[in-house]
Design a protein around this ligand. Structure first.
Ligand code: S3P
Length: 429
């Protein structure tokens, strides 16, 4: 039975580390697979999404070993991949299919990439267009819109590309294709998206240059194996930060959380709402800032307006931020968030529908929504839409609701956060 029942929690208390970062885990496997020699990935996220990336590179002939504590990859360089004998299943993972498209665009063999029901309606033109401009041969279903994708890699030319949407997946796909291109590929982003690729690729020997919203890569450089430590995932910690703020007697410390500023926009928003969140013991691990986060319950939150510029740095925190907004005084408005409609589910629709079932007054717009607080949530039968972040956000809503909440489709948490419910159990003991 793929569901869980939750009741109102008295408190969150204790200390824990969140699961390792999903975005950084994907990149560590991809860059290691394209490098010559041995790479070691410490604190890798063993969840369904990063495992889709591991399985994809195994299908392309890379030797990837799970040695318990570490993942050890023995790569053969950027031209060391072999044609897969079968189609490559990217599961639910947008990062896998988009970044892999960039890699395969420069590899002189045939590949077919597909995924689950959700991935097969995620937009792909955003990667196909620039990769075609570089010279790749790519086709996709529905007039080049959706997976499956068929790719015949070619000799690529560098491009100067102005991205229409702020997307780290698109930026990373182009940077990876740029490794195979003649000359320097230059990308201009409309707003800063997460920069893990730019931070990590140089450790493998790539020549990357960042200048504000411009990122460039020089083609033709060989990559060599490296050692990467993956910090805790801020996006996973976010569910517990907001859980602790909303559950009155809470007091928690989350250790080893990745604090990359392109990811922590939620902290600025929560502080604007009046929350006190302490960030302690800031350190650097493999080029990423890491810290411990301490927060307590009983905060008096006030409503805020969030606009387009703020969205990229909190893109994955939208569902849990909606839950926080239900407990803030006044009406919170989130606009310029149309990208949320094309995530693992239509997250604007999913959150509006499911919080609506709990009695929240929500208005939905094409590019966001407004949420009236403070709302007394009522336990309800909740659908996850197979979307891990909807399941987890609504679970936190269930912990502050009156009466019982049932979340259906909870196994989706295994996409990014196996052990999510065990941590809830531990913190609510
Ligand atoms: C990701 C980038 C974001 C994010 C996704 C992971 C990445 O997607 O929502 O969960 O690892 O690069 P977009 O780049 O499409 O915004």
């Amino acid at each position: 039975m793929d569901r869980i029942e939750l009741n109102k929690a008295k408190r969150f208390k204790g200390e824990f580390s969140p699961t390792p970062d999903k975005s950084i885990s994907h990149r560590a496997v991809i860059f290691s697979s394209l490098s010559k020699g041995e790479s070691i990935i410490r604190n890798f996220l063993r969840a369904e999404d990063p495992m889709s990336t591991v399985n994809a590179f195994r299908a392309l002939g890379v030797d990837i070993n799970d040695e318990g504590d570490d993942i050890v990859v023995n790569g053969n360089g950027i031209y060391g991949l072999a044609e897969s004998h079968n189609i490559i299943d990217c599961g639910n993972s947008g990062t896998t299919i988009r970044l892999l498209s960039g890699v395969l665009a420069g590899n002189p063999f045939f590949s077919v990439l597909t995924g689950d029901e959700s991935l097969r309606i995620r937009p792909m033109a955003r990667v196909i267009n620039p990769l075609q401009q570089m010279g790749a041969e790519i086709m996709a279903r529905a007039e080049n819109k959706y997976p499956p994708l068929a790719i015949k890699g070619k000799k690529l030319q560098s491009i100067q590309y102005k991205m229409p949407v702020a997307s780290a997946q698109v930026k990373s796909a182009i940077l990876l294709a740029g490794l195979y291109a003649d000359g320097e590929t230059v990308i201009a982003e409309p707003a800063k998206s997460r920069d893990h690729t730019e931070r990590m690729l140089p450790a493998f020997g790539a020549s990357i240059n960042v200048n504000g919203l411009h990122v460039s890569v020089k083609g033709g450089t060989e990559l060599k194996g490296a050692e990467v430590y993956v910090p805790g995932d801020f996006s996973s910690a976010a569910f517990f930060i907001i859980g602790a703020l909303l559950i009155r007697d809470s007091d928690i410390t989350i250790t080893g959380v990745g604090m990359n500023p392109t990811r922590t926009g939620l902290l600025s928003v929560l502080r604007k709402m009046g929350a006190e969140i302490e960030v302690q013991n800031i350190r650097n691990l493999s080029g990423e800032p890491v810290a411990d986060i301490h927060c307590k319950g009983g905060a008096e939150l006030k409503a805020v307006s969030i606009n387009k510029e703020e969205i990229p740095a909190l893109i994955d925190e939208f569902p849990i931020l909606c839950v926080a907004a239900t407990q803030a005084n006044g009406t919170t408005t989130i606009r310029g968030a149309e990208e949320l409609r094309v995530k693992e589910s239509d997250r604007i629709r999913s959150m509006a529908t499911e919080l609506g079932k709990m009695g929240v007054a929500i208005e939905e717009f094409g590019d966001g929504l407004s949420i009236k607080g403070q709302s007394v949530l009522k336990g309800a039968n909740i659908e996850s839409y197979g979307d891990h972040r909807i399941a987890m956000a609504m679970a936190i809503a269930g912990l502050i609701a009156d009466g019982e909440t049932t979340i259906h489709g909870v196994s989706s948490v295994n996409i990014s956060f196996p052990g999510f419910f065990q941590i809830i159990r531990k913190l609510t003991l």
